[in-house]
Design a protein around this ligand. Structure first.
Ligand code: PMP
Length: 405
C-alpha cells in the first residue's frame, strides 16, 4: 500500500511528543514531556454556561457552517484584546483569520509560501510542529542559533547576505521565530534584537513569521513589544492561539497579517477544512465579551510561576555543581531547555526514563538533522509540585548512571 503514498506523505514522520503522550498515562509515570496546560486552569464552569446558552439560543449559527475567515465577533473581540495586551493598533477584521489552532496556521503558511526550492529560517532548536509543517514542502532551512536573548541576528544577516551573493534571495520566504518563551528553548528575544531583526528583514525584504502562543504567560519581567508591532503588518505575520490561555481543546488560533496574505490563507483553508468550528469560536467570543481574559489568567500565571521556580530550584539542587550541565531560566511559558555535556544522548536516556517512570522530550526531536542530542526539553506546567521534585530526582539518577558508563 505504501507505494500509493505521495512524496509528501512518505516524508511525514510521527511526532515524537505525540508518541510520548501514549506512555504518559502509565501508572506512576511522571512526565516533563508534553507542553499541555494544567486542566485545572481551564474555566470549565464559565464555558459550560456559555455553551448551554449559545447552543440553545444561537444554534442557527453555532451548529452551522461558518465563514472561512472566522466568527466576526471573535475577530472584533480579538482586535480589542491585542490592543489591551500589547498596544497593537491599525488592524481590522480583514487582517485576521481564525484557524484550527496555530498549528493549522503553520500548515497554511507552508502551503501558500513554500515551494520545493524555497528557503526559510528557523531556530535551532526548532519548534517541532513548525519544522514538520515546513519541511514537508521544502528541506532548505537555514538555522538561527539561539542565545539567552533570542536568535543570533548577526548570523541571520550573514546568512541572508550569503544567499543574496549567490543570487537566491528571492527564494527566501520567511524567518520563523517564537518571540516569547521559546518552545523548546525557553528564551525570549530582547527588544533590541526584535528591532534589528525587523531592520534586516526590511533590508532584504523578507517576511517574519512571529509565533507567539506564550506571550501572555509571563511570570517575571516586563512584556516586550511584539515584533509585529515593531515591523507592522507589511513585514510580519503574527500567530496567536487560545491554547495556552483558555483551552487547547477549543482548537482556536488567530493569524494577524497583511490582507493579501490573509486572503490567500483563507483560500488555502477552504481546501483544508472549510472553516474553523463555529461552536468553539462563539464560546471564545462570548468568553472574551463577558470576562477580562488577561485578569482571568492571573491565577494560571501564579501557578505556573511557582512550578517553574520549583523546577529551577530542583535542577539547581541536583545539577548545580555538576560541570557541563546548564539550563535556560525562562521568564514565562512552559519550557526549560536542559543541556548536558557532550556525549550524553538524551534519546537513549529516554528509554531508561520510560523504565524509571520519568519522561522528557529528547533534544533531537527539535532539530531537522538529528542534532541537539545532548539536550532535552522539560515542561513544568502539568506535573503537581511533588512530582516535579520526584521527577528531577529520577532524572538525576538516570544522568548519574548514564554518565558512569
Ligand atoms: N507554535 C508553538 C511555538 C507551540 O508551542 C504550539 C503548541 N505547542 C503551537 C504553535 C500550536 O498550538 P495550537 O495549535 O494548539 O494553537
Amino acid at each position: 500500500m505504501t507505494e500509493k503514498f505521495s512524496k509528501i506523505a512518505l516524508r511525514m514522520k510521527s511526532n515524537v511528543i505525540r508518541e510520548l503522550l501514549k506512555v504518559t498515562s502509565k501508572p506512576g509515570m511522571i512526565s516533563f514531556g508534553g507542553g499541555v496546560p494544567d486542566p485545572d486552569t481551564f474555566p470549565r464552569f464559565e464555558m459550560a454556561e456559555i455553551s448551554k446558552e449559545i447552543l440553545e439560543n444561537e444554534y442557527k449559527l453555532t451548529l452551522q457552517y461558518g465563514s472561512t475567515e472566522g466568527d466576526p465577533i471573535l475577530r472584533e473581540e480579538y482586535i480589542s484584546l491585542l490592543k489591551r495586551e500589547s498596544g497593537i493598533e491599525g488592524i481590522d477584521v480583514d487582517n485576521l483569520l481564525v484557524t484550527v489552532g496555530s498549528q493549522s496556521a503553520l500548515d497554511l503558511i507552508s502551503k501558500i509560501l513554500l515551494d520545493e526550492d524555497s528557503i526559510y529560517f528557523v531556530s535551532k532548536p526548532v519548534y517541532l510542529g513548525a519544522a514538520s509543517a515546513f519541511s514537508l514542502r521544502s528541506d532548505r532551512h537555514v538555522y538561527m542559533s539561539l542565545r539567552e536573548d533570542g536568535a543570533d541576528i548577526d548570523e541571520v544577516e550573514q546568512n541572508l547576505q550569503e544567499i543574496e551573493n549567490r543570487g537566491e534571495l528571492n527564494k527566501v520566504k520567511f524567518i520563523y521565530t517564537i518571540s516569547n518563551f521559546h518552545n523548546p528553548a525557553g528564551v525570549t528575544m530582547s527588544l533590541e534584537k526584535r528591532k534589528r531583526l525587523v531592520e534586516i528583514a526590511n533590508k532584504y525584504d523578507v517576511l517574519i513569521v512571529e509565533d507567539d502562543p506564550y506571550g501572555d504567560l509571563r511570570y517575571e519581567g516586563k512584556p516586550i513589544d511584539p515584533i509585529f508591532k515593531i515591523g507592522g503588518q507589511e513585514r510580519v505575520l503574527l500567530l496567536k492561539t487560545f491554547s495556552k490561555i483558555l483551552s487547547p481543546g477549543l482548537r482556536l488560533g488567530i493569524v494577524v497579517g497583511n490582507k493579501t496574505i490573509v486572503k490567500k490563507m483563507v483560500t488555502a483553508k477552504q481546501a483544508t477544512d472549510l472553516c474553523t468550528p463555529s461552536l468553539t469560536q462563539r464560546i471564545a467570543a462570548r468568553y472574551l465579551q463577558r470576562y477580562d481574559l488577561l485578569s482571568q489568567i492571573e491565577p494560571t500565571i501564579a501557578l505556573y510561576r511557582e512550578k517553574k521556580d520549583l523546577m529551577l530550584a530542583e535542577l539547581e539542587r541536583s545539577f548545580g555543581s555538576m560541570e557541563g550541565f546548564h539550563w535556560t531560566k525562562p521568564e514565562g511559558g512552559l519550557f526549560i531547555w536542559f543541556t548536558l555535556p557532550e556525549g550524553f544522548d538524551t534519546a537513549e536516556m529516554l528509554e531508561r526514563g520510560k523504565a524509571a517512570n520519568i519522561l522528557f522530550v529528547p533534544g533531537e526531536a527539535f532539530s531537522l538533522d538529528n542534532t541537539c542530542n545532548n539536550s532535552m526539553r522539560l515542561s513544568f506546567c502539568l506535573p503537581p509540585r511533588e512530582d516535579i521534585i520526584e521527577g528531577v530526582r529520577r532524572l538525576k539518577k538516570i544522568v548519574v548512571e548514564y554518565g558512569k558508563e
